[in-house]
Design a protein around this ligand. Structure first.
Ligand SMILES: Cc1ncc(COP(=O)(O)O)c(C=O)c1O
Length: 455
């Protein structure tokens, strides 16, 4: 039996379903891009799990003791102690969110022309590597691209690909290895402890530093506990400590597993010189090192969230809900990334809508249709998000996905039932869903601000 959530609801926020005709008008006004919808026109918002968390009474009460001093606020020191306790790292530099951490950290780490290798970089990560004139390289295992195949750790780095890449390009041309846990772009898929350990060993041999993109570190730890031999009896806290022991530092968007609505950070294990350089550069982008673009109250909420997220009952309910939605869809024959990831169900829009070509964006088309059908907002992770290559050609995504991203502690299983029924309705009439073409295409991170027309 699946245990219910280990919390009860103390405050509610009303949501409304607009009539279908009204939804159509709003979607057309948004250029068929669900990013441009007003949130109040959305019934159930599965655009992202980023910053959409419901905080606990413990976190809200912590916000009341936010110390809003410019320098040296007590909440920074609480965060520093928490980072030491949870990750075993001595140093932390707060940032306004994950991409702020990427910007500051990568400014120091990447020399123009160097490769940044990883399992699969997130889109803002890729953008920041490019902005520093680095070259992002994804070395995830091939099984990650087969949505129907079971693999317990589809976010793993392919160790053969890694060794070949180092041999071919030379370690001196590689700035660092970034392991993203869980691997968002591969479908929220986890990385095993064995893989993290081996990647770290190989990189150490070649003197390539290893860092972690830690946005969903606790969800990754949950998968290690439940799927990897030898970890069933370990606590989430122990698993987290071990994962981070194999790296030298991390960037983190706190908007995920710190269970808050804003924030980010750079963590550094013990390299004081690196820490000092990061602190210095971070001042011009994010602010003084003890606030880093955040209010004292935000730092307090992050510190408390980093502890709360280690609760196994919370993680079981959280990932159990994602699995619950995934099962309803697979039972109806809808192709999804299996097994489901930690924060989202990734629908294989390419297989769902085989009549729509990559360059007519099946994931975008399905997201637009889902909003029309139900007021539910999802997001494309596919060719539109990938952008164009140096020659201006669309980079064809290895998988055309539509992500149903579940905010933490926000929706109930009844909301999930409605989402599943809506998608099943579309699946039963999928032949009449049309592809999209650009009415306006922004030059960078185009999926956010693009406008479309039906092809
Ligand atoms: C794996 C990963 N890294 C980095 C980021 C960027 O974080 P932020 O949105 O806080 O800038 C995200 C955001 O979704 C992410 O999923």
């Amino acid at each position: 039996m699946r245990l219910p959530e280990p919390y009860k609801i103390k405050m509610v926020e009303p949501i409304h379903l607009l009539p279908k005709e009204e939804r159509k008008k709003r979607l057309q006004a948004a250029g068929l891009n669900v990013f441009a919808l007003k949130a109040e026109d959305v019934f159930i918002d599965l655009l992202t799990d980023s910053g959409t968390n419901a905080m606990s009474d413990n976190q809200w009460s912590g916000m009341m003791i936010g110390d809003e001093s410019y320098a040296g606020c007590r909440n920074f020191y609480h965060l520093q102690d928490t980072v030491k306790d949870v990750f075993g790292y001595n140093y932390v530099v707060p940032t306004h969110q994950g991409r702020g951490a990427e910007n500051s950290f990568f400014s120091i780490l990447i020399k123009p022309g160097q490769y940044v290798i990883g399992n699969m970089h997130f889109d803002t990560t890729e953008a920041h590597i490019h902005l520093k004139k680095g070259i992002p390289v994804n070395l995830v295992i091939d099984d990650a691209f087969d949505t129907s195949k079971y693999h317990p750790f589809k976010g793993n780095v392919d160790l053969d690909k890694l060794e070949h890449f180092i041999d071919e390009k030379g370690a001196e041309n590689i700035a660092f290895m970034l392991i993203t846990i869980t691997c968002n772009t591969a479908g929220g898929q986890p990385v095993s402890m064995e893989n993290i350990r081996e990647v770290s060993r190989i990189c150490k041999e070649h003197k390539i530093p290893v860092y972690i993109d830690a946005a969903r570190f606790a969800e990754n730890a949950y998968f290690i506990k439940t799927r990897e031999e030898g970890y069933a009896d370990k606590s989430i806290a122990e698993i987290v400590k071990e994962m981070f022991s194999y790296a030298e530092g991390f960037t983190m968007s706190a908007k995920k597993d710190a269970l808050v609505n804003i924030g980010g950070m750079i963590g550094i294990k013990d390299n004081e010189e690196l820490y000092n350089r990061v602190r210095e550069i971070n001042i011009s982008f994010e602010g003084f090192p003890t606030y880093g673009g955040l209010a004292g109250r935000d730092l307090e909420a992050i510190a408390r969230g980093l502890k709360e997220v280690l609760d196994i009952d919370y993680l079981r309910a959280r990932i159990g809900q994602v699995e619950y939605l995934g099962k309803m869809l697979t039972d109806a024959g809808i192709p999804i990334q299996t097994p489901v990831g930690g924060h989202a169900v990734f629908v294989n829009a390419g297989k769902f809508l085989p009549h729509i070509d990559h360059e007519q964006f099946p994931g975008e088309a399905l997201a637009a249709e889902l909003y029309l059908e139900s007021g539910v907002r999802a997001v494309e992770i596919g060719t539109c998000m990938m952008g164009r290559d140096a020659e201006g050609k669309n980079i064809i995504a290895p998988m055309e996905l539509m992500r149903l991203t579940i905010p933490r502690r926000v929706y109930t299983d009844n909301h999930m039932n409605y989402v599943a029924e809506s998608l099943i309705n579309i699946y039963n009439r999928r032949d009449n869903v049309r592809g999209l073409k650009f009415a306006y295409e922004p030059p960078i991170l185009r999926h956010f601000l693009a406008k479309f027309e039906w092809a």
